[in-house]
Design a protein around this ligand. Structure first.
Ligand code: SF4
Length: 473
């Protein structure tokens, strides 16, 4: 690993904004958060994948992967981060290095690829991603990007996060470091207002940002930059002029939020857009921070009026589902911020949570779950650290849960147990953020639970039924 990358990783591991990290000894901190994977376990994404996930939602830039084509193939568009305009981000660009490049080095090939993209597509910037193979052969993407920037007069941004550096979450942060080092603070907005905010760690999956933006518009708050859902390059480049920030995804980009506070005096808070109570709290917190930074006090009254109207509307729409869903038991296998924000959301319609996974949750996430579910320090039965597919299957088969909400990888466990399952992770096709999203989530749970197909699949197959005796005359 290059000295520069090593230094960056150590800096990211030593994150003062992360309480979990600060609770460790210096020696433990140096080791980082990466756990060795058990052989045969599905590993999740690599660091390169994480960096790409974090930055690909910047929709007008070209994302060029410097490495073998398989890296790009694995990471291309496997989430539904939507764009309201440019579609450059949906074209897969790769240098597709071959054996000769491995022997002689791939820097020339990279430079040519950057030139070709600028000639043919002319994006506002090119992001160049390092991968395992090109890092191992020693390609210096920083130097190539610097030369290309000077030659073509366009920002060419190196994202030094090869797969072997660590897991996906580390990659998210290394991707964010590239923004801090090369993008944020390099442009100026045409104008600023006292109501400008940044949203950090929101990727606009299935259009979730668009369920929240109308609420902010109604408050009179402007999203100066969303890092990085549906973002334009310029927007990220001038995001340092915002007055306040909200960090959405638990810790994925905490380094951006914290360093922007440090460098540009932009206060931030961590909030959630899932669940009625949490959305309202987030809107209040945005208003509070903006007022603290000089926005007029009347912003709070406007926010409270909006919250009252939106909550009433959402509750009225949820009313018909309360009867149908009361007492239904959910097994929730997800991670991070969703492990508590979705719990809170489901409890609002009286759904019982039989278990929620905390494998990828931070210390604060766990505290929040305990608080929301009213658990004592010793009562951890509902908080699942690690559940094998076999245990999941047993739980569903014995009907200790009526439905499982999880990511696509565990769907077959539920289907094998002939139990309803709903996708709640990044590959989902529905947007669940905002008041609108909460109604949608409950609607989807109801549809899934009451789908007549479950009755059909649980019936005995006709060929398993005992054959009736045929009377012979
Ligand atoms: S682990 Fe390395 S080779 Fe595999 S996808 Fe990630 S960057 Fe590419």
């Amino acid at each position: 690993m290059s000295a520069l990358l090593n230094q960056k990783i150590q800096a990211v591991f030593d994150e003062p904004g992360c309480d979990k990290n600060q609770g460790k000894s210096e020696k433990e901190r140096k080791k980082g958060c990466t756990k060795q994977l058990a052989p045969g376990a599905a590993a999740g994404g690599c660091a390169f994948d994480g960096a790409k996930i974090a930055l690909q939602p910047i929709v007008d830039v070209a994302h060029l992967v410097h490495g073998p084509i398989a890296c790009e193939g694995n990471s291309w568009d496997n989430r539904h981060a939507l764009s309201s305009g440019p579609l450059t981000y949906r074209t897969g660009f790769t240098t597709d290095v071959n054996e000769m490049d491995v022997i002689y080095g791939g820097e020339k090939r990279l430079y040519k690829a950057i030139k070709e993209i600028i000639d043919k597509v002319d994006p506002p910037a090119v992001f160049v991603y390092q991968t395992c193979v090109t890092a191992l052969i020693g390609d210096d993407i920083e130097a190539v990007c610097k030369a290309a920037t000077a030659k073509f007069g366009k920002p060419v941004i190196p994202v030094n996060s090869p797969g072997f550096a660590g897991v996906k979450n580390l990659g998210n942060k290394l991707g964010a470091e590239a923004l801090l080092d090369y993008v944020i603070g390099t442009e100026e907005p045409e104008f600023t207002t006292p109501y400008d905010i940044n949203i950090i760690g929101e990727y606009n999956l299935s259009g979730e940002l668009w369920q929240v933006k109308p609420l902010l518009d109604a408050m009179g708050v402007r999203v100066l930059s969303c890092i990085s859902g549906d973002a334009r390059y310029k927007e990220v480049a001038y995001s340092h002029r915002a007055r306040a920030a909200m960090m959405v995804c638990s810790k994925a980009m905490i380094n951006v939020a914290r360093k922007m506070e440090e460098r540009y005096d932009i206060p931030f808070f961590e909030g959630s857009f899932y669940g009625i109570g949490d959305i309202s709290d987030s809107l209040r917190e945005i208003a509070r921070l903006l007022i603290q930074k000089g926005a007029p006090d009347e912003l709070m009254a406007r926010t409270e009026a909006l919250i009252a109207a939106e909550e009433a509307r959402a509750w009225a729409r949820l009313e018909p589902y309360k009867q149908r869903l009361a007492g239904k038991r959910v097994l929730l296998i997800t991670g991070g911020v969703k492990s508590w924000s979705v719990v809170a959301a489901l409890q609002e319609v009286r759904i019982e949570i039989v278990g929620t996974s905390v494998k990828k949750s931070t210390k604060e996430d766990k505290e929040k779950i305990k608080e929301i579910m009213g658990l004592s320090d010793h009562d951890r039965a509902h908080m699942i650290d690690d559940m094998s597919p076999r245990e999941m299957y047993a739980m569903l088969k014995e009907a200790r849960a009526d439905i499982m909400l999880s990511g696509g990888r565990s769907q077959f466990v539920a289907l094998k147990a002939k139990m309803p399952w709903l996708d709640i992770n990044q590959e989902r096709h529905h947007a669940y953020a905002g008041y609108e999203g909460m109604v949608k989530l409950v609607e989807e749970i109801d549809k899934t639970l009451y789908n007549p197909v479950w009755e059909q699949v649980r019936k005995e197959a006709p060929w398993d039924a005992p054959v009736a005796e045929v009377a012979h005359g």
